[in-house]
Design a protein around this ligand. Sequence first.
Ligand SMILES: Nc1nc2c(ncn2[C@@H]2O[C@H](COP(=O)(O)OP(=O)(O)OP(=O)(O)O)[C@@H](O)[C@H]2O)c(=O)[nH]1
Ligand SMILES: [Mg+2]
Length: 267
Amino acid sequence: MNPKSREMRNQWIGRKFDIHTDTPDQKIIALAGNPNTGKSTVFNALTGLNQHTGNWPGKTVGNAQGTFVHKGESYLLVDLPGTYSLLPNSVDEQVARDFICFGRPDVTIVVVDATALERNLNLALQVMEITDHVVLCVNLIDEAERKGIVVDLEGLAERLGIPVVATAARRKQGLGELCDKLAAVADSRIQPAPIVPRYREEIERVIEELTPRLEPLLAGWMKPRWVALRMLDGDETLIADMEKYMTDSIESGKVLGGEVSATWPQA
Ligand SMILES: Nc1nc2c(ncn2[C@@H]2O[C@H](COP(=O)(O)OP(=O)(O)OP(=O)(O)O)[C@@H](O)[C@H]2O)c(=O)[nH]1
Ligand SMILES: [Mg+2]
């Protein structure tokens, strides 16, 4: 995303999500993950006292936003509610999904529990279906070590196609490397290429039919393949939220009506 696009995105996020950057083109990082994986511990360790909390607009779900500086660059970090999925079965899940889909953070960090990777990776895969800009934070690595669990970080990064960093957030271990990786993704020095989960053949056939039609309508907001999957699943909340967020997109005019801006949103 170029600085001008980011500036417009940031203004829009301010209005829609009550998330406010310090500077017009500050980069925005979201923290997603299952409950109790250490998101808030990572959030607190990085932002310290530079944070404030509130509620997501119109929801009783708490939200925390804070800033930190890494190697001279300032970032706004947003702590999302802990969720097991992004299929909107609850308000928490809808809030997390909407921020990733429509807030379009520069990077989404998925914090996973190193002692329960199999369960945790489900959410990571869902985030990777929505956006390429993902970093996996394998937290509680100290707990894993204590239990004799060895995580093949390189193998994981290779299989998933995204950067992977091990952390023990409570001891503030690994956070420097986490910041290095998210900075590299935020300014495109690293371009993750997440694996694409494949579905049954008949589903793949419908996806193939739908995606070229969705692509121009979505104009880079999210991956057409994912939207096709959600439509196949009959997810009406996504359609409703697309109307809510995408029809009022400042300079871009009526995105769903087909008139899209050349400058924003941009993948
Ligand atoms: N041993 C160990 N404990 C950790 C680590 N990170 C977080 N914890 C602990 O794990 C518990 C949960 O941490 P939180 O940061 O509240 O987790 P969260 O993901 O924000 O939880 P929710 O907001 O409820 O989804 C706390 O007791 C933390 O102190 C870590 O790296 N190692
Ligand atoms: Mg938390």
